[in-house]
Design a protein around this ligand. Structure first.
Ligand code: XMP
Length: 533
């Protein structure tokens, strides 16, 4: 297993992605970690991330001397990336200086093919390239740079293994200690061979087996949950989304009917969603019973007359917590023996545990929150070590159908933030019909899986004139949104073929009473957001 130490780079989580893609388990920890945190993790190797500082800055973060001593003692291989390389050189007696200019963007890395190494059996000196670059087919490798400082003198024991026109020390190694450093960022996709370099480090240098997989993870998690819970109960709200479905399937497999899942029908779900999710999960998770609570009347009542998006979000969040509390109290379970299931994923964990320098930006979370605090219940988060695609793989492992595992995300406030302005039962019914036609056509025409998120939006405050038969109509506008994205932080609008748009528009206008005009949203995020509210 690999410990990735975070010095505040915006892309540290990508290092973890690349290590796990190599089949090796890893975790990201802040650079302020203590020796105990390292020893208790038992890493076989360490990766130091990039970061925004200069090693000479007063507030620059450093690994403690005890940790460096531990690395030495245990002979742990280290791979320093950008700031990580500078930190390593700085500590080991090299020299780091401000570059003449900041280097940001593409650069060409030239791999040295004549680095002296000991042969595998340690008997003779041979010349070749560093093991980090094995399997890369060219000597000139495009890499991504983003740095101000650079290493100008390497510590004793190190040699340059690759260079660029700007630096002799674009990549360095100390083959005796198995220390490696690179000035560029191998973790980003702009460095196409970067994944190979990280894989070489974890498999060839550190010697990890690359056998971490979802099947083993699933079995281990089930054992952990069984042991942790003994005779306890777990309650959890299932939304039908990927995370809550997978978490529910996992916990049910571990503790059977001591897991009490339920679904709150807010009246703001997709068409027939509660019924479909119940049938689907009960079919694929044998023995699980999903209780559906219809709270839609409360939601429509309290949202009546409310126009402002943030106000709507607050009301929906509060009502959700109230419905949740009611559901739990109706179960009559012993409170002290009850845990709350949360579908927290690793990106959220990283967000709260990674190193935040003085200039870091705090991301806004918009999940329906407040549950654990208010419920005063111990929380169980069985997906907290997984990235989204790993959750999907776990869902497959647990036998969930593709329709559950490959679903587009659906926001907690649901149609409530897709009906612009006041939400009523009538507008929710209208929108859910239009949305259903849209999604059905995307699936039928083979576009659903190419899209990150797609949904319809209703503009009840905007009326437009139309003509149907011999009659004038004066009805609502429906907007179709579809985006491609990897992380939902940025997104592009999906280039939908015109014939598919025509089919969808035609069906919506003909089949949904109250809509006489359909528009397609061609805005990217930023500057627009994915949702309309
Ligand atoms: P935006 O609109 O911020 O959306 O570009 C990014 C992602 O977040 C989802 N989203 C929400 N999810 N509660 C949620 O649970 C919310 O209030 C909320 N607002 C946006 C959105 O669907 C997209 O996937």
């Amino acid at each position: 297993r690999i410990l990735v130490i975070d010095f505040g780079s915006q892309v540290s989580h990508l290092i973890c992605r690349r290590v796990r893609e190599a089949g090796v388990y890893c975790e990201l920890r802040s650079c302020l970690l203590k020796l105990d945190d390292v020893t208790s993790f038992h890493p076989n190797g360490i990766i130091l991330s990039g970061g925004p500082h200069s090693v000479y800055d007063k507030e620059a973060p450093h690994l403690s001397k005890e940790i460096w001593n531990h690395i030495d003692e245990k002979k742990l291989p280290v791979f320093g990336i950008c700031y990580g390389q500078q930190e390593m050189c700085h500590f080991l007696g090299g020299k780091v200086e401000p570059g003449v200019k900041r280097e940001f963007g593409h650069a060409e890395l030239l791999i040295r093919e004549d680095v002296a190494h000991l042969s595998a059996d340690g008997t003779k000196k041979i010349k070749g390239r560093s093991p980090i670059f094995e399997g890369i087919s060219t000597e000139r490798v495009p890499v991504w740079m983003s740095h101000g400082d650079k290493v100008t003198q390497i510590p004793s024991g190190f040699t340059s293994i690759a260079y660029t026109s700007n630096t002799e020390y674009a990549a360095i190694e100390d083959q005796t200690r198995h220390f490696y450093g690179v000035q560029f960022h191998p973790e980003v996709t702009h460095t196409p061979s970067g994944a190979t370099m990280i894989k070489n480090f974890v498999l060839k240098v550190v010697g990890c087996k690359g056998e971490w997989n979802m099947h083993d993870f699933c079995q281990k998690q089930i054992d952990i949950i069984m042991n942790k819970l003994e005779d306890k109960y777990v309650v959890g709200a299932v939304s039908g989304g990927v995370d809550s479905s997978v978490a529910a399937a996992l916990v049910h497999k571990a503790i059977g009917d001591r897991f009490r899942p339920f679904m709150v029908d807010t009246g703001l779900l997709r068409k027939d969603e509660a019924k479909i999710v119940k049938e689907r999960l009960e079919k694929h998770i044998p023995g699980m019973k999903l209780k559906v609570l219809d709270a839609s009347g409360d939601f429509y009542k309290e949202l009546s007359g409310v126009m402002e998006p943030e106000k709507k979000r607050k009301i929906i969040g509060r009502l959700f917590v109230e419905a949740f509390e009611k559901a739990v109290s109706e179960m009559g379970l012993p409170h002290e023996r009850c845990l709350l299931l949360q579908g927290t994923l690793y990106p959220d964990v990283i967000e709260s545990t990674s190193y935040k320098g003085p200039s870091s930006v705090i991301k806004t979370h918009h999940n329906v929150g407040g549950l654990p605090d208010r419920m005063k219940m111990e929380v169980i988060e069985p997906l907290r070590l997984l990235f989204k695609d790993e959750v999907r793989a776990l869902g497959n492992e647990l036998g969930l159908p593709v329709t559950s595992v490959m679903r587009h995300p659906f926001p907690g406030p649901g149609l409530g933030i897709r009906i612009i302005g006041e939400v009523t039962k009538e507008s929710a019914d209208t929108l859910s019909l239009a949305d259903d036609i849209y999604i059905e056509e995307l699936r039928k025409n083979g576009h659903y899986d190419k899209i990150g998120q797609a949904f319809a939006v209703l503009l009840p405050t905007v009326r437009s004139v139309g003509v149907m038969g011999d009659h004038r109509t004066y009805e609502n506008v429906c907007v179709l949104r579809a985006v491609t994205t990897t992380d939902f932080m940025t997104a592009d609008w999906y280039d939908m073929p015109h014939d598919v748009l025509a089919k969808i528009s035609n069906r919506i206008i003909n089949e949904v009473k109250g809509i006489n005009r359909v528009c397609y949203d061609v805005s990217s995020k930023p500057p627009a957001t994915i949702e309309w509210e």
